[in-house]
Design a binder for this molecule. Structure first.
Ligand code: HEC
Ligand SMILES: [Cu+2]
Length: 330
């Protein structure tokens, strides 16, 4: 019996760990939010228990009073008054604790120092994420998509925009969430405190493929991050740009996709300059693999019905060459 209870408890708790959980914080802001959540659980749990105890007490009391005929009169009224005052006092104290706790948590969310922050711009599209970093050296913007890299211990100030409808940006392990509203620029700070992979997700219903609008988050050490950003900033490998796959890509896909360093400069879809360095395909819809790439090219509308990427009719040999070409975009 005891073992079963322990197992059940572990099972319940295991739902709280993982790469997409606010209860397993890996960032300063998520840490503050979890503390607030715990405080709310304790205060509201306490109030809940108090109400149940009061209920139980009155049921038992009503029964004994009924049997003995006691309890009526001035003595009973006094006890009732005392109970009411206690309840009111508990509510005032509980609410005050919650207000102070929420104030402290709110301050922690915006506590990061402005001058130290790294600027990242994230734009939501149905149903993928355009991600741009400001290159510290040149000041120009480096574009990528669907995978957010962050340096450990440094605050990233993420400027959020939308290209179409309202989306919402949330990396539960690292920070809170905030809406991405057309015509408006919302800002959220992320200060990661643990290395590793996490998962972000759109949290505002934005159309039929809303659930397929996720992104991978990688927290790197600062040197690893710098190397990654430098690689993302570079163009595609030049020696791969004259093959059959590259030619087909330019003709069939270049009007919607950019591969920097080539004539493909479309902006309707994700930047593919370093596509094969990402971990998943189409905003977390498929894992990155040869099969995944081929499947996505063959039938994007079956894998993600309604997506703005059309199925482009290609001869099998051409589709194969394009898939090989995409794999070289590291
Ligand atoms: C009409 C514009 C358009 C054309 C043409 C187009 N795409 Fe796309 N593509 C998109 C859009 C939009 C997305 C994002 C879809 C989504 O995730 O919902 C996308 C996504 C992708 C992705 C996933 C990117 C990522 O970051 O995971 C790949 C790979 C891709 N396209 C390759 C191609 C190839 C190869 C061709 C040519 C055969 C092509 N696309 C033609 C618009 C287009
Ligand atoms: Cu969305």
């Amino acid at each position: 019996m005891r073992a079963a209870a322990v197992c059940l408890w572990l099972l319940v708790l295991s739902g709280c760990a993982g790469i997409q959980s606010p209860l397993s914080p890996a960032g300063e802001q998520a840490d503050a939010l979890r503390s607030l959540f715990m405080l709310m659980m304790i205060v509201c749990g306490g109030v809940y228990l108090l109400v149940l105890a009061g209920l139980l007490w009155s049921i038992l009391r009503a029964r004994t009073c009924h049997q003995t005929g006691a309890g009526a009169g001035a003595g009973g009224d006094r006890r009732l008054d005392r109970g009411l005052y206690t309840a009111a006092g508990a509510i005032v104290v509980g609410l005050t604790v919650l207000i102070v706790g929420s104030f402290i948590a709110d301050r922690a969310l915006v506590a990061a120092r402005e001058d130290d922050a790294m600027i990242v711009r994230v734009t939501g599209h149905q149903w993928w994420w355009r991600i741009e970093y400001r290159d510290p050296a040149s000041g120009r913007w480096i574009e990528t998509a669907n995978e957010l890299h962050l340096p450990l211990g440094r605050t990233a100030r993420v400027e959020l925009a939308s290209g179409d409808v309202i989306h919402s940006f949330w990396v539960p392990n690292v920070s809170g969430k905030i809406d991405m509203i057309p015509g408006r620029r919302n800002i959220i700070d992320l200060t990661p405190r643990r290395l590793g992979w996490f998962r972000g997700q759109c949290t505002e219903f934005c159309g039929t493929q809303h659930a397929h609008m996720a992104f991978d988050v990688k927290v790197d050490s600062q040197p690893e991050f710098d190397a990654w950003l430098a690689r993302q900033g570079s163009g595609a490998m030049a020696e791969k740009q004259d093959g059959h796959g590259a030619t087909i890509f330019l003709r069939a896909c270049g009007s919607c996709h950019t591969v920097r360093g080539t004539a493909a400069t479309g902006r309707a879809g994700p930047d593919l300059t370093h596509f094969a360095s990402r971990r998943s395909i189409a905003a977390g819809t498929l894992p990155m693999s040869r099969g995944g790439i081929q499947g996505w090219l063959a039938q994007p509308q079956a894998l993600k019905p309604g997506t703005s990427m059309p199925a482009v009719p290609l001869l099998p040999a051409d589709a194969d060459a394009v898939a090989t070409y995409l794999e070289t975009l590291r």
